[in-house]
Design a protein around this ligand. Structure first.
Ligand code: NZQ
Ligand code: ZN
Length: 393
């Protein structure tokens, strides 16, 4: 196991009705003037926004509102949020929504304490040292941003989708009420399940030896997703299945299961170009990307893929032909994702084969990357072209 540090200071309030205590949590973590940030309307429609506003009023906390975050959040609204925070003297950002709203909130929180262009943090020019405190009320189990130090934003010019990471972005508190996720359309629920499973795979694919504790934790979380995913697709109001998925989503990405080991992230990097260009759901993009990437790289460590196939998918080990076991595991993942309603090909994402050179160029050279992406294996321009082509089918 490699040396590591792990700092995960978020206070979690998990379970029914906790959103009505939002005001108390904001107060506890020092907020006096809040920016409430939310998405395209689900929080308004469900009455969640009104309940949160009421709980702030009950605590005598004043607030400003900024809605309209789109999935794959854009820099335009971040600039607007930063301007608002600076003008109104905001000292706390409260996100109501999923990964997109939370990531936009994180970017606003960092940009509000910075004199330059917030994109400097996403282009790799500057590191985030400080940010306004953030709280979240999660409405979809997926990205894991409620416990992660990460934020992913798309810059409209060039549709560059890039991430930034800093412990300063870890939420002070996150309210996780699984009941809030019952209104999700099945496609979004399935995209969330896929993203959670991707976060687990990106950590499982490691070059570090002897990491049994994190291997076993990841396997357990994947088994949970395989059990609960179809249950929630079948019955969207199954609170307990929603609850297990919501907590698994947090655990999958706050990095408790990724410490002390090298990680992959090639599937995420390859997918981010798809959701940037075609505005598809991140999880849906991953459903198409992961099987292709895994079939391209499995020979790098057949045993690791065979271990995943046997321990997680219950496939019999073929000792004469471990490659076969490894490939059966990848097939099992792809079939599972299809079964919960996820796409399996480029065309289903709205992606076009003729765009592959453009996708590869931004992927391998954008933001100062030197012609390759590095994870479980290093993938150059030709590798990435082949992987995108495998997705065309
Ligand atoms: O905008 P509203 O109206 O709220 O609708 C949203 C949106 O259309 C809807 N939704 C959310 N909760 C709902 C609901 N609809 C009905 N009922 C509810 N309870 O769902 C749609 C998707 O929301 P979004 O926030 O985009 O989903 P997700 O959580 O999957 O976030 C995706 C973004 O997170 C990034 C992705 O790249 C993508 O931009 N990621 C962030 C990470 C992080 N910060 O750690 C890591 C991830 O790997 C990921 O890259
Ligand atoms: Zn993801």
């Amino acid at each position: 196991m490699d040396n590591f540090t792990f700092y995960s200071p978020t206070y979690f309030a998990f379970g029914k009705d906790n959103e009505n205590e939002a005001g108390k949590y904001v107060k506890r973590f020092g907020g006096t003037k809040v920016l409430i940030h939310y998405g395209g309307g689900s929080a308004v429609k469900s009455g969640l926004l009104d309940r949160v506003k009421k709980s702030l009023e009950n605590e005598g906390i004043s607030f400003e509102e900024l809605g309209g975050v789109k999935p794959n959040p854009r820099s335009g609204l971040v600039y607007k949020g930063i301007e608002l925070c600076k003008k109104e003297g905001i000292d706390f950002v409260l996100a109501i929504g999923g990964g997109s709203v939370i990531d936009s909130s994180k970017a606003i929180a960092a940009g509000s304490l910075y004199d330059g262009d917030f994109w400097d943090f996403y282009s790799g020019k500057r590191r985030i040292e400080k940010a306004l405190p953030i709280g979240t009320i999660l409405t979809i189990a997926a990205a894991g941003s409620e416990g992660s130090p990460d934020s992913v934003i798309t810059k409209e010019e060039g549709m560059l989708k890039r991430g930034s990471s800093s412990d300063a972005l870890r939420p002070k508190f996150s309210i996780l009420n699984p009941a809030l996720t019952c209104t999700l359309p099945p496609y979004q629920t399935a995209a969330g399940i896929t993203d959670i499973m991707a976060h687990l795979h990106e950590r499982y694919l490691t070059n570090t030896k002897d990491v049994e504790v994190t291997d076993r934790l990841i396997e357990g979380l994947l088994l949970t997703m395989i059990h609960e995913g179809p249950r929630v697709i079948e019955d969207p109001n199954n609170y307990d299945a929603r609850a297990n998925i919501m907590w698994a989503g947090m655990l999958a990405h706050n990095n408790a299961v990724g410490v002390g080991r090298s990680q992959d992230w090639n599937s995420h990097n390859i997918e981010h170009e798809l959701s940037a260009l075609y505005d598809c759901a991140h999880g849906a993009g991953l459903a198409v990307t992961m099987p292709a990437v895994f079939r391209y790289v499995y020979k790098h460590d057949v045993t690791r893929f065979a271990k995943l196939a046997t321990r997680v998918w219950g496939i019999q080990m073929d000792f004469e032909n471990p490659e076969r076991t490894a490939l059966e595991g990848i097939d099992a993942l792809e079939n599972f994702l299809k079964r919960i309603g996820m796409p399996t090909s480029f065309a289903e994402l709205g992606a076009k084969e003729e765009d592959i050179p453009k996708l590869v160029d931004v992927l391998c050279y954008g933001n100062g990357r030197g012609g390759s992406i590095r994870g479980f294996v290093e993938l150059g321009v030709e590798d990435c072209k082949k992987i995108y082509k495998m997705m065309v089918k």
